[in-house]
Design a binder for this molecule. Sequence first.
Ligand SMILES: Nc1ncnc2c1ncn2[C@@H]1O[C@H](COP(=O)(O)OP(=O)(O)OP(=O)(O)O)[C@@H](O)[C@H]1O
Length: 543
Amino acid sequence: MNPTPEQKEIIDYTGHIVVIANPGSGKTFTISQKIISILGELEFYQGVIAISYTNKASRELEKRCLGNGADRKSSFFGTMDKFYITEIVFSFGRHIFGTPKKELEIIDVKNEFFKAFTGFEDLESENAEKDIDAWINNNFASLVKLYVEGYVLLESISKLALYIIDNCISCRKYLKARYKYVFIDEYQDSGSDQHDVFIKLKDLGIISVAVGDTNQSIFGFSKKSSEFLVRLAQNADFKLFHLTKNRRCHPSIINYASKLISKGFTDYISSNETRIFSKSINGGEKETAEWLNAVIPKVITHFGVESRNEIGILVRNSRTGKMLQKNLTLENKFFGSTPFDGNRSLWGSIFESILNFIYDDSLTKYELVGNYLDIELQAGKAREFMRLLSAVECYKDNILEMQKSSPIFIKIARIIYPQAENITAVTTLNIVLNSPELLEFFKPADKNQIQIMSLHKSKGLEFEVVFHLDLHRYVLPKEFNGEYPEAIQDLNLHYVGITRAKKCCVLCTSTVRVNGKGETKTGDPSIFLQLNRLYPLRSPFMY
Ligand SMILES: Nc1ncnc2c1ncn2[C@@H]1O[C@H](COP(=O)(O)OP(=O)(O)OP(=O)(O)O)[C@@H](O)[C@H]1O
């Protein structure tokens, strides 16, 4: 694939950049091309910092940059948390806070030692996250004492990192000498501390590139907001670029999605066919599954879809996903959430990566080890890591052996992050290893399996055909006492769902729905279907 002129301008520009891009416009493609071209020019001791919001997204970015054999040099690929911990807090905290009494260990607010040491009391309220933040802001001295005892509070990691960058000259010198560029993908999912760290890296002279789409901000519940992407766009130190052309979706899908998020949109792309449809199914979940069983084979033939895993069924609630999984007679794969989704620890991320390696044949041992260790400079550790991976890989088809394999995972985690021992991550690992259902989620779909997943999980993915379910009043957007508490996030989620479709998107409602308490209710259509006079832009589903 050759970059388009607007992509090429971004790849060739050598200063600080903010890119605001439409869905499917090639933002991940463009930054990976830019990273590949920069890596070619760096010395072996230099690198880029390449950050994405989730473990999955950072693995994808790394794969796109290094998949063709590019030399990573001294680059960092991973999440923001991993960057704070490995590159800042563990490496330079002692210069500022004093030498810890023991190997540093990462703990979270639920840890009993933490509670006893600081007097912190469990917060059960809806505002628990806000309250923890407030506690951290008011108790920085306790965090420093905790550090000296050998513990780092996970929830405070960004605050500690910011403090260290501000106060430690050797940290700033190290970052400046080693890293020439910093890239943050999905910047619309940044929080305030992440934004501050990014600006500090820019102020150190590291060339800074942020890429995002304000309309794909869907993690508002974890204090993330597209506000920071907008702020960068207004910052005179950054040159603003746009990626406008959606390379993924059929023009009629692009027109619909654009009108959805912008009432005044009139700049329609000409299209002689409508590929976005609506369908109301008579009945509930069971009838929806029966309808899908009947129409999917027709859709596959009509749109020339080569394999069934290119069909995505996107749901708002995992309940709908599970019901479909049960009732679809067509082969399918449901990707539900795993307990690792909420675990931000380094051990949690390495356990998740090992599970992905075990079940996903497209990941090689060499790639996984290279992600954590310098294979030449840390040859002994790398050899041991590979040996343990081979051992655990053998259990892939043996559920009983898999259940007993956590000591191997722990040995690997101790090689890579000896100081990040995390009991919660080990407990999470054991839950997953003991659940054949959860282990299934780590296996990619076979070519003949239709993929079912939440709208959140579909972010960054694409399908030939999308069936977007759960378009019910009260469900999407969430409605409570006549109010929409997450209106913008929900609209963005709907927008993300539609723009995953390349050739065809079907927006589905049903006359019956089941609520969170398992009660059967009338299924009224979502107000999103009535927004911005969208109905002339879609057709009733006829196939
Ligand atoms: N220059 C190009 N030539 C051909 N295809 C391209 C080009 N740039 C991107 N694409 C294709 O367009 C699709 C979308 O690209 P990519 O996933 O990088 O977009 P994105 O902006 O990151 O998407 P999103 O934010 O919606 O997840 C992919 O199938 C990609 O291969």
